[in-house]
Design a protein around this ligand. Sequence first.
Ligand SMILES: NC(=O)c1ccc[n+]([C@@H]2O[C@H](COP(=O)([O-])OP(=O)(O)OC[C@H]3O[C@@H](n4cnc5c(N)ncnc54)[C@H](O)[C@@H]3O)[C@@H](O)[C@H]2O)c1
Length: 364
Amino acid sequence: MNKQQYGVLINGAGWVATQHVQAFMNNPNARIVAISSLHLSDAQRLADQYQLKDVACYDTLDKALKHEGVDIVSVCTPQHIHCENVLAAASAGKHIAIEKPVANSLEELYAMRDAVRQAGVKTVVSFVLRWNPLFASIKRLIADGALGDIYMVETDYQSYNGAWWGAWEQGRKIDTGYSAMAVAGCHAIDALRWFAASGETEAADPVEVFAYAGGQRKGKTHQYNPITNTWQDYAPMEYDGLEVALVRFANGALGKVSVNFECIHPYSFPVEIFGDRGSIKNNRLWSHTLPEQKDWVEIPGLCPDSSDVSHHPFQGQMDHFIECLQANVESHCNLGDAVKTHEVVFAVQQCYKTNRPVQLPLNP
Ligand SMILES: NC(=O)c1ccc[n+]([C@@H]2O[C@H](COP(=O)([O-])OP(=O)(O)OC[C@H]3O[C@@H](n4cnc5c(N)ncnc54)[C@H](O)[C@@H]3O)[C@@H](O)[C@H]2O)c1
């Protein structure tokens, strides 16, 4: 359906929803028509916060899906609710913006993929860093050949995730959060795939992974808060806070990716990319295209150096999604692509059990 303006239903009215609301409000081809959340008061508060006058509020997704004029559902609920939300939205024929991680099991992942395929709706998954200005510049440099052929990439998600995050009570548990790679490390896996591919809108296909899990924090109550630089007692994280994986890609590139919920420092997302004609270390470039260069060149652009959602480029993601709908094309960051990122999240768990590399894709 190619429309002038797309009606948006925001489902889940918490922290990340504030950014989905602002991004859709700023897009002239989108209009928020409804908000649903577990507690009606949360939906109403979100509508009031952004002075959304003609927006209907609901306490269930099922009721909200019947609201007239909904074309897109933005899934902003906790991760263990995403699957049921996506299945409902797809069977109602709605396009879907899905927060990461999209699923807490392979069964959920494939059920969502199949439902979206069958419904013929379009999706975008919130791996927002693809729209980070520095990441976009790096991707353009890679596509322009500034690094030559990429043979090695390293990305790391480093953030002491904890009680400072409103959703940590669910995020810290295996049942609802699943693992550190699921909760947030999936951003680093996605960035690894993104930089290991040479095309400007292409992410590389992982074919093998091996991983270790470790750290010191699991089960401990005394915990750090990187925002206030203080320590406090809180219910423990149920899974390992450190996961480190080696990934081999179909194009021959190798990757090292980690998630670290144990680091005693502010949020950081280091990136290193090595090609046979140049290298990138965070925002610094060394390239054969600059034969006179004597020192690293700084690449301008906002670095991914904050865990605050207001710092994340949701505007770019949602503008891109609306453009995809208008042009009737799939996003490079759709659910089908996100399956490849999430398979790594689940494959590393197999490595911890078997101590053996796992071949990908898990479900061709
Ligand atoms: N892409 C990013 O960079 C980014 C950043 C932050 C959070 N997130 C993701 O966004 C999702 C939500 O995180 P958050 O920090 O906004 O959490 P949150 O707890 O602040 O918000 C979740 C909202 O969903 C509501 N909710 C819970 N169960 C529900 C249900 N069954 N039906 C309807 N609503 C329900 C809650 O009441 C709350 O309003 C998570 O998957 C998280 O990982 C992504």
